[in-house]
Design a binder for this molecule. Structure first.
Ligand SMILES: Nc1ncnc2c1ncn2[C@@H]1O[C@H](COP(=O)(O)OP(=O)(O)OP(=O)(O)O)[C@@H](O)[C@H]1O
Ligand SMILES: [Mg+2]
Length: 632
């Protein structure tokens, strides 16, 4: 898109011309850097043009990106926002109109300056001129005071409401994000991309719904006000100015079209030259070995000739375009003044009115031009809003927020003929006819090859997903009928890679639950973590996580065990907890786990023998189903 500036004229984005120093003598051998004969840069350029044509055609068939309507940008505005926007809009309109109103009074002041009145004022015969000037100066001071207040209200109201509305959008989005099914994260990835996409989209929306709207209203008020003031002062001059306007815009527009084309061509030519230099440097050994330096220099310098030619054309078109645009604008002013002279001599207008009509219409055109510059932001905001609102309106998690609870949990777990595959890869069966039963307060070790589906029973137990077929029971009740929050609070999960937030150790152990310091310390002692935590300089207040102290795997696991101890779950799921630890660390962690497992129904997923020797039962899994167990 060619940005439109004053009178529709704008300088294109053209790279600076590289001066071509003396071209070295052409080598005798043909250039290995171009397809055609050396120096035939035009070939490359013509190819580039051909490619451009194709691009243009592709652009034409591409449908515009989906966007919401302008008014839907304000979907999250509340009463106060609408009040702020109304005040901001009124202030912006007043601010925008003030300039042309000032012009009107300026014209009236000009009219006071007729020679008779000046003479009488100079000879002290009358104070009339002075008084009238004072009066007009006072009006202009009122306008200035109005502009001061209106400008302040305009900008602050729009910025404030923009911040308020986007804060709502941000928090709504995060709420929705946290309510999504696990399959959403499987599909979109949970690596933070969605969050950064949201941040940039929200910024685009914020830009579209805050000062830009104020700026648009402001400039449209200048546009409409300019037309009205122009027509009221001298409609003949105003209409004539309007009639010559399109000519000036057309002059700018035509040169812009040529400049846009030339700018693309020169960029292609630069790219071609750069590729020659790049090839030469990346294969520098071969180049030196074949003593082809001169050839490379010649090819590069020759391809720069094309950029020089385009540079000359650009300078011509740009210069002529600019000259024509402003020349025509001044010619138009001369024409209005000439016509104005006739109007004045016939008593149809006075000097001030002619000048005011002329400049009011020019200001009006500039206002329209400036108002149009906001359309790009509006467009970007509408496209970003479409993406974001679609996400916000996505159906939220299907998980049951209602449901029942079991007053006294025993902890009998049963997987009964469970079939399951992940939604992101529905064609691959993960569990097929899986049975497992964990008696209350007993420990079952689940073993099996990599990828046999052991870890996949954890999300099923936690109801991150539901089985395709079959059921998971807790104390004989299908977990689908249980309240999800309650169910999850009954389960303690410890994995090999525990998630530590960028908070203190104390907050990481509590993890959002209310707990006194004594309870936290008690949990840490049970998890055998108290020792190392107290040896830290800041103890439980030590910051960990990404920005904090780097803990060893063993320490991290101990903190996550303390977290599980604190929540005192009836069911424990341990997934390869000590899988990545060395022998010593494994023994230390195992000690903590033994205490934790006491009196809880536990499923240990493990590959090492040392882990399963504490289990009451062992179940072997293969390709998604149970193949062997020592349970009766
Ligand atoms: N979120 C997911 N989305 C899609 N496929 C997944 C997902 N998680 C695991 N899988 C696939 O499911 C299969 C079983 O994985 P699972 O992690 O349950 O096996 P595992 O027995 O725990 O293996 P390991 O011993 O390596 O931990 C694997 O093929 C894995 O690629
Ligand atoms: Mg696993």
């Amino acid at each position: 898109m060619v940005p439109s500036g004053l009178f529709g004229w704008a300088s294109p984005h053209v790279q600076p011309l590289t001066p071509v120093s003396e071209v070295s003598e052409p080598p005798e051998s043909p250039s290995p850097y171009g397809d055609g004969p050396s120096g035939d840069a035009g070939v490359g350029v013509r190819e580039g043009e051909g490619a451009d044509d194709e691009d243009v055609e592709e652009d034409e068939v591409e449908p515009p990106p989906a966007a919401v309507s302008f008014w839907r940008l304000f979907e999250f505005a509340d009463g106060l926002d609408w009040a702020l926007m109304a005040a901001g809009a009124l202030a912006a309109a007043a601010h925008g109109a003030a300039l042309v109103v000032y012009l009107h009074y300026f014209g009236r002041s000009l009219n006071l300056l007729d020679s008779e009145r000046i003479q009488s004022a100079l000879h002290g015969r009358s104070d009339e001129l002075l008084n009238q000037f004072k009066q007009h100066a006072l009006y202009i001071i009122y306008i200035a005071a109005g502009v001061f207040v209106a400008g302040w209200i305009e900008v602050s109201c729009w910025i404030l409401t923009g911040e308020r509305q986007t804060a709502v959008i941000r928090s709504k989005y995060v709420q929705v994000l946290l309510n999504q099914d696990m399959s959403f994260f499987d599909t979109y990835g949970n690596n933070g991309d969605i969050v950064s996409q949201v941040l940039s989209d929200v910024l685009l929306i914020q830009s579209a719904i805050s000062e830009k709207v104020g700026n648009y209203i402001h400039n449209m008020a200048t546009f409409v006000g300019g037309l009205i003031v122009g027509l009221l002062n001298c409609w003949q001059i105003a209409l004539l100015t309007l009639a010559t306007g399109p000519l000036i815009v057309a002059a700018g527009g035509i040169s812009n079209i040529f400049l846009h084309r030339l700018a693309e061509n020169i960029q292609d030519a630069y790219a071609e030259a750069a590729s020659i230099a790049e090839q030469a440097t990346s294969y520098i050994r071969t180049l030196y070995a074949f003593t082809n330096e001169t050839l490379a220099k010649y090819s590069y310098a020759t391809s720069l000739q094309a950029t020089l030619r385009y540079g000359i054309l650009i300078s011509l078109v740009q210069g002529i375009g600019l000259g024509f645009t402003y020349g025509l604008a001044i010619c138009s002013c001369a024409l209005q003044l000439w016509v104005g002279r006739h109007l004045i001599s016939r008593g149809k207008a006075d000097g001030g009115q002619v000048v005011v009509a002329l400049f009011a219409v020019i200001l009006s055109g500039l206002g329209l031009n400036q108002a149009a510059t906001n359309f790009y932001s509006f467009e970007q905001g509408r496209i970003a809003a479409y993406r974001l609102y679609e996400m916000i309106s996505r159906s939220t998690s299907s998980t049951n927020l209602e449901g029942t609870t079991i007053p006294q949990v025993q902890g009998n777990i049963e997987f009964r003929n469970v079939y399951f595959s992940y939604l992101s890869r529905p064609e691959i069966p993960i569990l097929s006819g899986f049975f497992l039963s964990v008696p209350a307060r007993k420990t079952v070790a689940l073993v099996g090859r990599n990828g046999s589906g052991k870890s996949s029973i954890i999300p099923l137990m936690e109801r991150f997903y539901d089985p395709t077929l079959g059921e998971v029971l807790l104390d004989g009740e299908n977990i689908k009928n249980l309240k999800v929050e309650w169910l999850r609070s009954q389960i303690g999960l410890v994995t090999q890679e525990p998630a530590l937030l960028s908070l203190s150790i104390r907050e990481n152990i509590a993890y959002g639950r209310f707990a006194t310091f004594d309870q936290i310390e008690e949990a840490a002692k049970t998890a055998h973590a108290h020792g190392f935590i107290s040896s830290l300089e800041k103890g439980y207040e030590t910051q960990v996580g990404r920005a904090g102290l780097a803990l060893t795997d063993e320490q991290k696991i101990k903190i996550s065990i303390a977290r599980a101890v604190l929540s005192s779950p009836s069911i424990l799921l341990l997934d390869e907890v000590t899988g990545g630890l060395d022998f010593e660390a494994e023994k230390a962690v195992q000690g903590a786990l033994d205490v934790l497992m006491l009196g809880r129904s536990t499923i240990i997923i493990a590959r090492r023998l040392s882990l399963i020797k504490h289990a009451d039962y062992i179940a072997v899994m293969e390709e998604g189903h149970l193949v062997e167990t020592n349970q009766e």
